[in-house]
Design a protein around this ligand. Sequence first.
Ligand SMILES: Nc1nc2c(ncn2[C@@H]2O[C@H](COP(=O)(O)OP(=O)(O)OP(=O)(O)O)[C@@H](O)[C@H]2O)c(=O)[nH]1
Ligand SMILES: [Mg+2]
Length: 468
Amino acid sequence: MTTRNTRQPDMHTLLNVAVVGHTNTGKTSLIRTMLRSTEFGVIEDAAGTTRHVEQATISADSEPILNVYDTPGLEDSRALFAHIKKLQAQSRLMLPAQVLEQFAMHIAINDPLEQEAKVIRQVLRSDILLYVIDVREPFLEKYRLELDILTQAAKPIIPVFNFIAGHHTELAKWRQNLANYHMHATLEFDTVAYSFEAEKRLYQKMQTLMELHYSSLQKLIDYRSKLWNQLCLSGAKRITELIVNVSCYRESKVTSNHLIADSLVEDRLHNFVRKAEQKCLHDLLAIFNFSDKDVEIQKIPVNNGQWQLDIFAPGILKAYGLDVGSAAAKGAAAGAGIDLIVGGMSLGAASALGALAGASWSTFKRYGDEIKATVKGMKWQCADDATLKILYLRQKLLLKKLMHRGHAAQDALQLDKADSEKLPDDWNKLISALRQNPAWQEPSVARNANSHYQSIETKLVGALLEGD
Ligand SMILES: Nc1nc2c(ncn2[C@@H]2O[C@H](COP(=O)(O)OP(=O)(O)OP(=O)(O)O)[C@@H](O)[C@H]2O)c(=O)[nH]1
Ligand SMILES: [Mg+2]
């Protein structure tokens, strides 16, 4: 049922949000995060990057909800404050906001305060202000003056704390200082350590301050939640596709114990796995709209679209918390990262079942010939279990990073380690089933309609999104 609420804003009067603050505090970065676009504005680690007011519209589906305005950073707040005080003294009857109007209207082009006038003009035209703060800075006089000036406009202000990662003491001090200005509804929104929750809280804070726009902002929140869930699901599905693709892959082992042929197969398999993982990495970054710059800021161990640590590098098992000492991890019998499929089942899987229960590569090497002789039929080579585990753990860690931008960015030790991540409970069973169904390697109507396949996919996707 749709009822028209008379208190709702007119279709054409969108909420106007001005993003203001000292120069180089991350105003443009905040807007890019809100827009999920790296196209908006210019970002640089230098003062005075944004020179003019720039506008963008944020919509829920195709319905515009709010206009957001990027403004140049305030640079000389002391001169601005002095100028405004002088105006105030000249016309004592004017309201504080009217004094700001006077200032913004009468400043000459090329006046040293022209930049500040652009900001004040936009502040006066907006409904609500997001005041972006670099919490690493102490609460200096220049910030006090900025706040004195901005509060004079009599608009609701939401202070947005940026650069909060690793700066909790400074953050607490800022909170205290802002409380003295009766600003309690603050927000932590590290534009780098981004989380969807923070974005949601930003709109919820706006809702409490802008009652008139409550329901349109709610539409935006609902729409954004839906999009976010879809994004995370797409990421998990893409990783599942990689695991399926590699698990189902097999190479026929034509000649037995032929060194050259074996090493060719090994190269082919290695290249296949590397390419598949690289493509998945590329797709995941694209799904989450991550630029090279984001990858760099987030300290994701990727160079030129490739993982820094090769999937078959000697140190990788340890980096991902896998048991380096285990015979299976060594995998030497069939070549690094390679397992053998004999009689329709990989030896890794065979060891997990029946006859070879509890056995490992070392057992297999002892009894291997016997087993091979009893299990007649085609022999294949496939990616071994350690490789599949690393593929899974590495992508799971990446997905977490993409979903929670930079939560690990300060901690260099966590960069290429995934021992905090777990494999799905019935990992062995899932992989074994995939290995026995090479036809599932690529997506197809038959595969996707297969209920056994569907249950494997659901389990892998569910495990990837676990806890989120
Ligand atoms: N580590 C970290 N860097 C950030 C964050 N937000 C912004 N930056 C960086 O801070 C610098 C300034 O960001 P901008 O968005 O250009 O800042 P601005 O406030 O728009 O700057 P002006 O337009 O010059 O006033 C850039 O190098 C950003 O990459 C953050 O949350 N964490
Ligand atoms: Mg800027």
